[in-house]
Design a protein around this ligand. Structure first.
Ligand SMILES: *Cc1c(COP(=O)(O)O)cnc(C)c1O
Length: 391
């Protein structure tokens, strides 16, 4: 681990220069690497010496990206993946065996929910969902065969939090692995491993890239856990391309400045919406009105880039509001330089029943905003005019 600060490591942790003495790291677009001789080839395959063999296993760009992210998260080892979902899937599938049970927060990312409910049961791996806002339910839901706890905090799109310190202790007490999808917070705002998380998984597609260019993911943890995950990934193949790894390593150089602006814009927008007469309520972890404001301040550096609010007038008004936006993008992503608006009830969570939606905090008029890096006055002006037009 480096003795320098987060922002400095993000820039200066990079692979060695080549003979050309380039300042910016090149992209190693190669599928394989040439052995020096028969002995080195043998030693590489026997894991006796470090080095690259084949890009499905490792590549200098992937290593740079992941080493930087490990330093940021305070984790020993990690692995870059071709998508966030590949990261979530291998976090579960590399570790769990037939007969194992997972305890998970109910409000999971849609595809993670599908892995739990439709894919893992095919291999005899069961799960129980617990309410993120009812910590008392958790301990009672632990079974003899519970091997892993899997959570997201803040949750999507309700922006509810789980107390990571409490959860880390619960997992340790019962000798269960704790896995955290840290995509919404990023290591700049929250480091789950500091609270005892064994696995930290990311969709790097969101704030880590931060510019809407690539699909990618990462899994981080102890050397021991990552060794298991790496074995699974090496033989099943969800590796990240060197090109995308290069983009992401560059993105990490600016993560801190971008997150500061995302968070500042999101907080200013949440405060503006909180008192807006066309808005029922607005929610943001660093708003004093958030029921877990104190917890947010304890485990997060700032409140993150997402804000939700309830437009007066329900589902139809929510849809009219989105149609009226001029600058903000209406797209299925988050964590971009551009401010993005989504209406979960009619898009990402439309397959759930009304009751299931209410259980995970999605009311009909709920709008989710991913605050971008534009000037806050322009973001607010666009949202205000769309609230006016959609009346
Ligand atoms: C987007 C997202 C994922 C999935 O990541 P992809 O890169 O789209 O595969 C997983 N978890 C959370 C919280 C996400 O927002």
């Amino acid at each position: 681990m480096s003795d320098k600060n987060f922002e400095t490591n993000a820039i200066h942790n990079q692979i060695n220069r080549s003979e050309f003495r380039e300042h910016s790291v090149p992209i190693y677009m190669t599928s394989s690497f040439v052995f020096e001789d028969a002995e080195q080839a043998r030693a590489l395959f026997a894991d006796e010496v470090p080095g690259n063999i084949y890009t499905r296993f490792s590549n200098p760009n992937n290593s740079e990206f992941i080493d930087k992210l490990c330093e940021m998260e305070g984790c020993e080892a990690g692995l870059a993946t071709s998508s966030g979902m590949a990261a979530m899937f291998i976090s579960l599938a590399s570790i769990l065996n037939q007969g194992d049970h997972v305890l998970a927060s109910r409000s999971l990312f849609g595809s993670t929910h599908q892995i739990m409910t439709s894919i893992l049961p095919r291999w005899g791996i069961s799960h129980t969902y617990v309410d993120i806002m009812n910590p008392d339910e958790w301990e009672g839901a632990i079974q003899e065969n519970t091997k892993m706890i899997f959570v997201e905090t803040p949750s999507n799109p309700a922006l509810d939090l789980i107390d990571l310190e409490w959860l880390g202790k619960l997992a340790k007490k019962h000798d269960i692995l704790l896995a955290v999808d840290n995509c919404f917070a990023t290591p700049y705002l929250q480091r789950p491993a500091d609270f005892g998380a064994d696995i930290v998984a990311h969709s790097a597609t969101k704030f880590i890239d931060g510019q809407g260019r690539c699909i990618a993911g990462a899994v981080l943890g102890s050397k021991e856990i990552i060794q298991k995950i790496r074995f699974f990934a090496r033989h099943t193949g969800p590796s990240l391309s060197p090109m995308n790894a290069w983009v992401l390593s560059k993105s990490l150089e600016t993560l801190a400045v971008r997150m500061d602006r995302h968070c500042d814009n999101a907080l200013a927008l949440a405060k503006h919406l909180e008192v807006h007469e066309e808005v029922e309520c607005s929610k943001y972890p660093f708003l004093e009105s958030h029921p877990q404001y104190e917890l947010a301040k304890k485990q997060m550096k700032k409140g993150g880039g997402l804000v939700t609010f309830e437009v007066k007038g329900g589902i139809d008004r929510g849809r009219r509001f989105l149609n009226a936006l001029k600058m903000c993008s209406f797209t299925a992503n988050l964590g971009d330089t551009r401010t993005i608006a989504t209406h979960p009830a009619s898009t990402t969570h439309s397959k759930l029943s009304d009751e299931e939606r209410m259980n995970v905090g999605i009311s009909p008029g709920l709008v989710r905003i991913s605050a971008g890096l534009e000037h806050i006055d322009d973001i607010i002006a666009d949202i205000d005019q769309a609230l006016e037009v959609s009346k």
